[in-house]
Design a binder for this molecule. Structure first.
Ligand code: MGD
Ligand code: MGD
Ligand code: SF4
Ligand code: MO
Length: 881
């Protein structure tokens, strides 16, 4: 059976075909060639979706206080708990914290329950941490949260400016579309504005390494430059905008002349001018931005400083031109459409507007409607900490890992009277704090819709039966709502019913005043819904083909229909570096992991690329901090600390360090970077400053390093530092410790060597603290452990390959004890291509020996880069070396 669905990871929204073979119990995942977002392409994460579908680690049954209970008991408990707290303390004492990974239908009913029935706007979402600055910037400039651009525009553009976006790793299929367009049309130019020299820069004509937090200076300066050089769309400005004079004078005054702003941005004046000239000289310009823009205490101003440059030049609503917010999560956009944020109403209506509130309440026929904005994510968890909010239901997000000042979040949940968590997986850091756990249906089991970055609504379709007692999120929400006494309003039999209600609300009393109108889908039948082809909103009429581009008529959604130039005065981040905390901590994503790893961490194919938590820094800064590449270091801020391996990749500028966001307490001893991040937020959007926290780095002294590879997972690891990594037939633990290096007894215990037929081989040199041991059962490798005072341990890639062998012969035994591959065998080195398991050593050897020049030649020789293409930027880097 073959089902068309949509990838559950990033906002690119790729179409996926899931082919299940019931007899063999397998699911094969491939790209949907008919889907207009990806035309068949998938990145490494999408390609490995099949490896995340197993039952292993799933949350399958409801629990109350750690005990399995019936679904009925759990739902009643939640409803009664919410009702009791509302009765005692009012409706603002309860909250929902939801996610851009919910489907639109889930999100719609969650929002309806809170704002219309419980009567509080205390529902916020992890999109607050992600898109809220873009939303606020759009609303200030356009009057509504509209993204004018579509993906095709990226291919039509003559210049793409990527600001604070590492698209090669975070939006790989979009990146591939851009890379291909540039290859076909080499005159197309690409600029990357990012403090780090990321792999995205591999296709850039110009890299602008702005100092962290200084984007508003750069774009204010650009506005002044464009004005000075006559790039002014006079008619467009006169007819469709307002506020230019003020915005321009604020921009000029606060950024200063180009020499001054270049100094603030940490750039050469010449590089700034080169960027400005490129922007001025290309008519079709797209400025695509992501978290380097949004996640800042000046996030909303960053967005508006970019939008201002597009308004000035009239480069908006035209093919190949416009500001483009690239969304993170698969349904960040859908969440915005149903009003999932605490300061919004459903269907892009405003909570502050009494007529909008009335409209929604009438449509819902609801007993009440929230009167004012609710608490935004960071405030919400502060209110839980302070006892003002006493019950919270967390859905499809892992805030103990992903919120700033995350140790405080832990404490807040510890103090909270009633914590309900719905997740598809057991064992998340947040689940550990739940009084009630509700098992949610996983990706392959869910039905509904998501909206991607280009406003395209696509169906996610179930291709698996529900696991255990897991239920879709919309079902859990409606069942609790009914048990709270809200009978009408939540009697849906299917997602189709929810979807058409949502579509009907979007068009209700909407005479073209609101851009978000999918009235054309309000009357579709259940079969039409099931067959719904991907379509871009607005869809105002039946059989409407959808709308690729918005704002083409210069008609905006503010009261006077004009766009607004928002004055964006520059300001520095609140917390500055000083002698005690000399580096700026920047945080973000890596290629093969998704957020807190609850899903991608299960796919061996995705766990080998960057297996350990690391801190990347400039080699000279590392020298100053007395740490070196490959060693462990402690990274510390005023808010918290972690331990990670030092890396000096060459991507970092002086003065900033980078730590990935993915490691949680579930997979590492000490690597939750959220605990270190300052809780400062943007004053307009409430989005946290994830990319700028003053930090220090100090050596983390250990006496020994080691690792264990074992088929059976280890329950408890006795080491001061560890990380667990999923391998194809084994678990891998990287460990480090203090005191005496452990020897044979420790290793045997760790490997649980209680097998009667085991064969234990070991090499031990206690004087040097070196130990190597392997456990063989019927000549098959069950586990091995390596300990050394130095961090230069044998290659894990080579050892991993031994787990695939049915029997370990004498040559392998000897090499196991020697701690290195036999000379004949080849060590592939650290993994580059996850699809075909091709390592860096293999690639470098082939490039040198066969004088390979292009990624295509590498692909022909080794297959690397020929499937999903996510590793192509890294292969290009190796070719340059
Ligand atoms: N592999 C992978 N892909 C993902 C995700 C994932 O977890 N893994 N998550 C998805 C989600 S939800 C999101 S939101 C997106 C995020 O996608 P991106 O925003 O592209 O990813 P990040 O790594 O968070 O940050 C982007 C860049 O901002 C830069 N930056 C930091 N500070 C500044 C600054 O002051 N100015 C500028 N101009 N740049 C700065 C960082 O150096 C970083 O390279 O990715 C989506 N895609
Ligand atoms: N330091 C730092 N922190 C950040 C960021 C950063 O750049 N730096 N980025 C922020 C951003 S942009 C984002 S989007 C967040 C992401 O942060 P989170 O949302 O906390 O991360 P996820 O791991 O995606 O959490 C999703 C959870 O929902 C579960 N889940 C998956 N599908 C479903 C479902 O259908 N139903 C239910 N009920 N559960 C499901 C997963 O198992 C997982 O536990 O992190 C934010 N935090
Ligand atoms: S780019 Fe990758 S993660 Fe994003 S939707 Fe496509 S396949 Fe999924
Ligand atoms: Mo995000």
């Amino acid at each position: 059976m073959s089902i068309r669905t949509t990838c559950p990871y990033c906002g690119v929204g790729c179409g996926v075909i899931a082919q299940s073979d019931a007899a063999r119990g397998t699911v094969t995942i491939s790209g949907d060639t008919t889907h207009p977002s990806n035309f068949g392409r998938l990145c490494s994460k999408g390609s490995a979706l099949g490896q995340t579908l197993g039952m292993d680690g799933r949350l399958l049954h409801p629990e109350i206080n750690g005990q399995r209970v019936s679904m009925e008991a759990a739902l009643t408990h939640v409803a009664a708990g919410f009702n009791r707290i509302i009765a005692e303390h009012g409706s603002d004492a309860v909250a929902l914290y939801v996610s851009g990974q919910l489907l639109t239908e889930d999100y719609y009913v969650a929002n309806k329950l809170m704002k219309g029935f419980i009567g509080t706007a205390n529902i916020d979402t992890n999109s607050r941490l992600c898109m809220s600055s873009a939303v606020a910037g759009h609303k200030r400039a356009f009057g509504e949260d509209v993204v004018p651009v579509c993906y095709e525009d990226l291919e039509l553009a003559d210049l793409i400016v990527l600001v604070g976006a590492n698209a090669a790793w975070c939006h790989p299929v979009l990146f591939q579309r851009i890379a291909q367009a540039k290859q076909q049309r080499p005159k197309m130019k690409i600029v990357v504005v990012d403090p780090r020299r990321t792999v995205t820069c591999e296709i850039a004509d110009l890299h602008v390494p702005v100092r962290s937090g200084s984007d508003v200076w750069l774009f204010n300066g650009l506005l002044a430059y464009l004005h000075e050089h006559g790039r002014v769309a006079k008619d467009f400005i006169a007819n469709h905008t307002e506020g230019l004079d003020e915005a321009l004078s604020v921009a000029r005054e606060s950024a200063g002349d180009v020499n001054r702003l270049a100094a603030v941005c940490g750039l050469d004046t010449e590089r700034v001018l080169e960027f400005y000239r490129m922007f001025a000289d290309h008519e079709r310009v797209i400025t695509a931005f992501s978290m380097g823009v949004n996640q800042s205490s000046a996030g909303t101003d960053k967005v508006n400083s970019i939008v201002n440059c597009h308004l000035l030049t009239g480069r908006i609503g035209q093919p190949g031109a416009g500001p483009f917010s690239i969304t993170g999560q698969p349904n960040a956009m859908g969440g915005r459409e149903v009003g999932g944020l605490a300061n919004m109403l459903a269907a892009h209506l405003d909570l502050e507007d009494a007529s909008h509130r009335e409209l929604v309440q009438n449509f819902w026929r609801s007993p009440r409607i929230a009167e004012r904005g609710g608490l935004k994510a960071v405030e919400l968890f502060d209110a839980i900490h302070d006892g003002k909010v006493k019950a919270v239901w967390i859905m499809a997000t892992n805030p103990v890992v992903s919120l700033p000042d995350a140790d405080k979040v832990k404490e807040a949940l510890r103090r909270c009277e009633l914590v309900v968590v719905s997740d598809c997986f057991a064992g998340t850091d947040t689940n550990a704090h739940a009084h009630v756990l509700l098992p949610a249906a996983g990706w392959g089991e869910k039905d509904g819709t998501v909206t991607n970055s280009e406003r395209r609504i696509s169906r996610q379709r179930a291709f698996q039966a529900l696991s255990g007692e897991a239920r879709p999120d919309w079902w859990l929400i409606c069942e609790v709502a009914r048990r709270m006494g809200f009978d009408h309003g939540f009697n849906y039999d299917s997602v189709h019913e929810i979807f058409i209600e949502h579509a009907a609300l979007s068009t209700w009393n909407n005479d073209g005043e609101r851009a978000f109108d999918i009235g054309g889908l309000a009357k579709i039948t259940s079969t039409e819904y099931d067959e719904l082809a991907p379509i871009q909103w607005p869809v105002p009429g039946r059989n409407h083909p959808g709308t690729p581009r918005l704002l083409e008529s210069g008609h905006f959604y503010r009261r006077n229909r004009r766009a607004r130039f928002v004055p964006t005065a520059t300001r520095a981040p609140e917390h500055r570096t000083d002698a005690e905390f000399p580096w700026v901590l920047n945080t973000g994503r890596i290629r093969d992991q998704w957020h807190t790893m609850t899903r991608t961490g299960r796919a061996p194919q995705l766990s080998a690329h960057l297996p350990e938590p690391y801190v990347d820094m400039h080699a000279q800064d590392a020298l100053l901090a007395a740490v070196s590449d490959g060693q462990l270091a402690r990274v510390e801020t005023q808010w918290g600390a972690l331990v990670a391996r030092v890396k000096t990749s060459g991507e970092m500028p002086r003065g900033t360090i980078f730590v990935p966001i993915h490691w949680s307490g579930a997979v590492a001893s000490d690597a939750r970077v959220g605990a270190l991040v300052n809780p400062v937020v943007d004053p307009v959007s409430g989005e946290p400053e994830f990319k700028h926290t003053p930090a220090r780095v100090t050596p983390f002294p250990v006496n020994w390093h080691g690792f264990v590879l074992t088929r059976a997972p280890i329950q408890k690891l006795d080491a001061v530092w560890w990380t667990a990594i999923r391998g194809a037939q084994f678990m891998r633990y990287e460990i480090a410790g203090r005191g005496h290096a452990p020897g044979s007894t420790w290793a045997r215990q760790a490997l649980q060597a209680i097998h009667p037929d085991m064969d234990w081989v070991e090499f031990s040199d206690p004087a040097c603290g070196v130990f190597r041991g392997a456990l063989l059962v019927e000549e098959r490798l069950e586990g091995c452990a390596f300990i050394s005072p130095r961090s230069d341990l044998p290659s894990r890639t080579w050892l991993s390959s031994l787990f695939a062998k049915k029997r370990i012969g004498n040559v392998d035994r000897v090499s196991l004890l020697n701690g290195g591959p036999p000379s004949s065998a080849e060590d592939p080195g650290p993994l580059v291509c996850s699809c075909f398991g091709v390592g860096r050593t293999t690639l470098c050897k082939a490039i040198a020996q066969d004088q390979l020049k292009t990624p295509q030649e590498v692909g022909r020789k080794l297959k690397a880069g020929t499937n999903c293409g996510s590793c192509l930027p890294e292969i290009r880097q190796l070719l340059l070396k």
